[in-house]
Design a protein around this ligand. Sequence first.
Ligand code: RUQ
Ligand code: CUA
Length: 669
Amino acid sequence: MKQSFINTMAALILITAGFFSMQGCKPKGPQSGVSGNAAAKVYVAPGKYDEFYNFVSGGFSGQMSVYGLPSGRLFRVIPVFSVDPEKGYGYSEETKAMLNTSHGFVPWDDLHHIALSETDGIQDGRWVFGNGNNTPRIARIDLKTFRTAEIIEIPNSAGNHSSPFITENSEYVVAGTRFSIPLGDNLDVPINTYKQNFKGTVSFISVDKTSGQMNIAFQILTPGVNFDLARAGKGKSHGWMFFSCYNTEKANTLLEVNASQKDKDFIMAVNWKKAEEYVKAGKGVKKSVKYAHNLYDESKHMATSTIENEVLVIDPKDCPDMIYFMPCPKSPHGCDTDPTGEYIVGSGKLAAVIPVFSFTKIQAAIAAKNYDGEYDGIPVLKYEAVLHGEVQKPGLGPLHTEFDDNGNAYTSFFVSSEIVKWNIKDLKVLDRVPTYYSIGHLCVPGGPTRKPWGKYVIAYNKITKDRYLPTGPELTQSAQLYDISGEKMKLLLDFPTIGEPHYAEAIPADLIMKNSQKIYKIEDNKNPYVTMGDNKTNVVRKGNEVHVYMTAIRSHFTPDNIEGVKLGETVFFHVTNMEQDWDVPHGFAVKGANNAELLIMPGETQTLAWKPERVGIYPMYCTDFCSALHQEMQGYIRVSAPGANVPLTFSTGKTAPVVTEKKDSAKTK
Ligand code: RUQ
Ligand code: CUA
């Protein structure tokens, strides 16, 4: 006991030292480690496509970004949990509902993990999921459009970190709560009653096979620990889910010390097929909760938010043989399953070894009831009984593990700032390379699936001091690309990232690009505010709202002159982009609008609400360089005093000298 305490302190001191000094065991010098022909290996000639898409979480930016590999070129930032004025996401009337929650409109979150949809344990390129940590949510992005299509809030959760991890046929994405909290009716309890009152949950969110639509199928009530990460079983372990847990000490203060007491925490193994049976058998209890479910309707170009009031919770007390704890040294972070599904790798942040568990042995231990007591009524399997083996002296501060298609594992080490390659079967360390600096997650294309595509490992680093030109107090975070095709890993490229990257996945480009949507068909546009052609444009007063039904086509708005708006009224610009060509969005902005622009895709309708603050003439214009006469794509709206005698009129081309413009279409309401 005493020795273990000393070990703990030694590990803590080491880790603390690692945080504060960039030297020590960390790699030195910004230029080291680049291999000779690196440039040629990442060079994607102008006009050529990259081989992989890389979907990278943006951490506290709340967004997801899309890069090409091997070039590291940034293609797109997908707004997910944060408003994005560039695209109008969260600002347009159509998208605001995407960010609704039971706490109201929450325009920010912390996106840590990515999960690409799978069929038979292989990436299928249909959807990518991401988690919101802070106000627990899971988002689904449609990879035809690269847009957020759905966001579901997770009730009975606080700090949705262990999320979203996907099963091999996308049956479920899971969400484990990071913080345990009081649940049920009595929420107002002293914090120091943590041990009595605080509970955890893990949620199983089903994914519809055709539409992708999410639904919280059930939640499992758990002891009050912290869930950190998770992975689904695959192949032989399909039907199981593994969650890493820390704070099995159940500390509620100074976790840095108080949650680092025990030599071993747990990996929680959940037999979700069994859980499904219990749910079918009626073991679930409906709990009243409140959570938002937001869906973007592609044909209406509009999101709706529904507040749901119930969730099904199953309690392991009523459901034996459903969950087990496996001891795992020490404050495990990553919990990763290898491509065969036989091996489960736990990465204890304070551990000196990497334990690798065997699914076969787990099953045998369960059958033989080879327990080491219980924890809150849940059987704890004997460590030695479920252990395949330990990787000895791997490095310091292991976090995450990915796999290639040759039986090798790649583990990231935050404190010693390196990637270590080791063999899954014999657990021998094969190679190590420095990262610059302090790697968090890492990614091998297809690395979490049954079929890794291999070729590269990408490091996502927390610190880049001395790697890039300085940019004031905050420096960019960064990814690094390594070639893993040979025996030794070789550094090829650094590229900066958007926000702080946590988990990322990479997928062969052809699984996605062939399905990429080019336009929205105008005839399929079911937006209630659509304008189906210039001759249908209109300006309508409704109480103290003015609705402008407007079209945009190269290179004018119809109407582009509007008069008769009164101070105190809110103007809704419903802009329909009439284009039917790929990559011809139009933008829309009006002076003084206190939200954002609209960026309207071909065939789409989007709405900007605007409440002018003073009397005058307000210019409006297209913000996206759409044609040679883009700069001419502009107009005016006149705002008069509340009592003014100005009729509501609108026109295009009335005073314009350009003869090609259509004739006067002014109408008076
Ligand atoms: S985490 S750097 Cu939030 Cu996935 Cu491990
Ligand atoms: Cu439309 Cu610029």
